[in-house]
Design a protein around this ligand. Structure first.
Ligand SMILES: [Zn+2]
Length: 268
């Protein structure tokens, strides 16, 4: 049976930027062919925890949001076989205690970075997450991987440095094509199609045909953009972590990728 992907919306972060507070949805993905049950990312802490630790306002989150979201798609945390952690930031790798039966699959470089992050990212790595990962029995509870791997037939992992050194994307084969769950490697469609008004309300036309690496990054712009280029060469559609417009059930829903246009040539 081919894979289906369910987007689980676990809550929203209210992220203060310079002039406004932006609501950022937090997602994880349940990927299954009916036999193998994979969770890509595992959510964020609840509102009280996030307020206390990061002084961030939020809704949802915590174990309750994950349990409820999995229930809606007909499963439970206990039934998950593998948890692919794209990276260990606080909004992607919480709730690991609920997923004790699963094997965590993580890039070795991401674990190193969680121990000794670049200074601007120290706040994003929570000690509990690191402890939960390091406390796993290997290899049953934790598999550290290096680079691109085939996880199971139909699901592969791609190391895509940029946002962090060891972030990985999951590439899932479906009936309709390959879906790249890219997480924070370009966390909204505006990063992927910066010149296109369909994807970006304020199109950056000078970036026509190119990518806009996210602002939170451990690596240089060229490294980040090259990771995005590699993803698009391997996948038919891209699903970022923090965009409210991502498809809910794939392949039933499919994002219509805005057609790339040369700068200045778009008909409006
Ligand atoms: Zn992140």
């Amino acid at each position: 049976m081919p894979f289906r992907i369910h987007t689980l919306h676990l809550g929203d972060l209210m992220v203060p930027w310079t002039h406004a507070v932006v609501k950022e949805p937090v997602h994880c993905w349940y990927v299954t062919d009916g036999t193998t049950r994979i969770l890509v990312d595992s959510g964020m802490p609840g509102p009280a925890e996030l307020k206390r630790r990061l002084n961030l306002d939020s809704t949802g989150g915590g174990g309750e949001a994950l349990v409820a979201a999995l229930r809606r798609v007909g499963t439970t945390p206990d039934a998950i076989d593998k948890v692919v952690l794209t990276h260990l930031h606080f909004d992607h790798a919480w709730n690991l205690d609920l997923l004790a039966n699963a094997q965590i699959v993580l890039q070795r470089d991401e674990l190193f970075h969680a121990i000794d992050p670049v200074p601007t990212q120290r706040i994003y790595y929570l000690r509990e997450t690191l402890n939960a990962v390091l406390g796993r029995r290997r290899p049953k509870g934790l598999r550290l991987v290096e680079g691109d791997i085939d996880l199971v037939p139909g699901v592969s992992l791609m190391k895509v440095p940029g946002h962090t050194p060891g972030i990985q994307a999951a590439i899932v084969a479906t009936d309709r094509g390959r879906v790249a769950l890219v997480s924070d490697c370009g966390d909204s469609y505006a990063n992927w199609y910066p010149a296109d008004p369909d994807a970006n309300p304020r199109p950056l036309r000078y970036l026509a045909g190119d990518f806009l690496p996210g602002l939170i990054r451990s690596e240089g712009e060229r490294v980040y953009a090259e990771s995005m280029r590699r993803v698009l060469s391997r996948a038919d559609i891209v699903v970022p972590a923090h965009d409210g417009r991502i498809p809910r059930t794939m392949p039933d829903e499919w994002f219509q990728i805005p057609a790339p246009v040369a700068s200045g040539q778009r008909q409006t």
